[in-house]
Write a protein that binds this ligand. Structure first.
Ligand code: AMP
Length: 290
């Protein structure tokens, strides 16, 4: 049985009941769990002694015109998936418990959070960093797992943990995809049949740029133009950005160098905004393989 901890007090009581030497693994989520989330739970089970997940749809990371009120909340199905994945405890706090009236302290990472989704969703990463630090302080895990699907989120959290001396080790889990390449996302349920049919072009655009890179192209402008040309095969897909960035700082790069590159994309299908990414690793280029 997955133990449900409905508020901070219940969580603290559970946490303090664990032996001091326990290596606690943590997977924070917003629920509407899919195989991408579950793969993180499985990695947490393999990499720690005990595993706790959280489900909290964090209002602080949603913009005024975003999908906070319609975000899917299938709690029964989520609980069944957590049980099946062998997750021991679930932290399921209310908004009031997490943000009592009068909260006035926030976490601002001021480099990796600025471009890409940070530029398109002002305040988003402030909301993410604030809730993740609060969750870390409450759960006190030794290790926490985040998905590479949200590569910018990973970069922001890794910097926050480093810069603020937070005693949590961050691990990244690989992106889990549908058979046709679409990255699993809780937001995929919003897609109409027509939008769903066009959605695999997002991953195809990343793979096309990767193929060009592996064939020798390193110029950022050329690779992003190629990616955008693949997206343009459907007029349903409206790109918000398609960029190459330094994988750690998320700073701009003119060409892919020894540090590799993060190919990052955000695109609208109707009202649904999807993100995806792919890492270009220099050691995968033919001339680097001896
Ligand atoms: P969310 O519920 O969207 O906040 O996601 C919770 C965690 O699951 C985050 O660390 C995400 O990066 C991760 N995640 C979401 N989708 C995927 C996916 N397709 N593959 C791997 N991890 C994912």
């Amino acid at each position: 049985m997955t133990l449900i901890l409905k508020d901070k007090a219940a969580l603290r009581a559970w946490r303090s009941s664990l032996p001091a030497e326990v290596k606690l693994g943590f997977v924070p989520t917003m629920g509407a769990l899919h195989a991408g989330h579950i793969s993180l739970m499985e990695q947490a089970r393999a990499g720690s002694d005990r595993v706790i997940a959280s489900i909290f749809v964090n209002p602080l990371q949603f913009g005024a015109n975003e999908d906070l009120s319609r975000y899917p909340r299938p709690l029964e199905a989520d609980l069944a998936k957590l049980e099946a994945a062998g997750v021991e405890a679930l932290f399921l706090p209310s908004v009031d418990d997490m943000y009592p009236p009068g909260s006035s302290t926030f976490v601002d990472e001021s480099m990796a959070s600025l471009p890409l989704c940070g530029a398109e969703r002002p305040g988003h990463f402030r909301g993410v960093a604030t809730v993740v630090l609060k969750l870390f302080n409450l759960v006190q895990p030794q290790i926490a797992w985040f998905g590479q699907k949200d590569a910018q989120q990973c970069a922001v959290i890794e910097r926050m943990v480093r810069d603020l001396d937070v005693p949590v080790e961050i691990r990244r889990g690989a992106i889990v995809r549908e058979a046709d390449g679409l990255a699993l996302s809780s937001r995929n349920v919003y897609l109409s049949a027509e939008d769903r049919a066009a959605a695999p072009l997002i991953y195809q655009s990343l793979k096309a740029a990767e193929a060009a890179y592996l064939a020798g192209e390193t110029e950022a402008e050329k690779l992003s133009a190629l990616g955008l040309s693949v997206l343009a095969r459907s007029d349903r897909l409206v790109p918000q950005y398609w960029e190459l960035r330094d994988p750690e700082s998320l700073g701009t790069i003119a060409r892919v160098g020894p540090g590799g590159a993060l190919l990052a994309i955000a695109a609208f299908l109707g009202k649904t905004r999807l993100i995806d990414n792919l890492l270009l690793l220099p050691d995968r280029r033919p001339e680097a393989i001896s």
